[in-house]
Design a protein around this ligand. Structure first.
Ligand code: GLN
Length: 197
């Protein structure tokens, strides 16, 4: 299988490494490619949108066909994962910061998000979560967004304080934290198994 990591900005290489490790652990033949060019995502079996700056990533993917290609492969039922800024981009309903910055969203999940939900005092932190389908998981949050509300077709996978921090809608997975920044590849394995089915 071919896994594409949207490589316009953010923690791209870390996702490439984590996805490669996950393929190996699952004993699945495949390649992982970072891409900033049109025509790669549409030919992939799964795509990852990394964390970074949602405003920048949005501008860059909507300035060529990458945004359309992500929507296309999601509609084909292939797995799409967004982490942190990627979660913001997957959502249908942004907050006032998304509106103020005119950030275009992919709108693939029926979720309402809040950018920088955990405030300035806690720019980054690590916390143990209980993630549905995975179990106890040490999660790294960096200026993280959160999900504040979901429609009933969205499966909530993890919560922290008053927020939803991991959710799945069919073949689309959104995480507020950074699974690529720890050695634990269980989230990437879970994601890749969504395509093996
Ligand atoms: N705060 C960033 C944003 O709103 C996301 C942070 C991250 O991806 N680490 O785009």
């Amino acid at each position: 299988m071919r896994v594409a990591v949207v490589g316009v900005q953010g923690d791209v290489e870390e996702h490439v490494i984590a996805a490669k490790k996950a393929l190996k652990n699952l004993k699945v033949d495949g390649e992982v490619v970072a891409t900033r060019k049109a025509g790669v995502v549409s030919k992939s079996d799964a795509v990852i949108i990394p964390g970074g700056e949602s405003t920048t990533i949005s501008r860059l993917i909507f300035s060529d066909s990458i945004a359309d290609e992500i929507v296309q492969i999601a509609n084909e039922g292939k797995p799409v994962m967004g982490t942190c800024a990627g979660l913001i981009l997957l959502s249908k309903y942004g907050d006032e910061q998304v509106a103020k910055t005119n950030t275009k969203l992919l709108g693939l999940m029926d979720i309402w998000i809040k950018r920088n939900a955990f405030g300035r005092q806690r720019e980054s932190f690590q916390v143990k979560l209980n993630v549905k389908g995975i179990g106890e998981y040490d999660a790294v949050f960096i200026r993280a967004p959160a999900i504040v509300k979901v429609k009933e077709n969205v499966d909530v996978l993890a919560t922290f304080e008053d927020y939803i921090v991991a959710a799945r809608q069919n073949n689309v997975l959104a995480l507020a934290f950074h699974p690529e920044l720890t050695d634990d590849t269980r989230i990437h394995e879970y994601f890749l198994r969504m395509s093996i089915r």
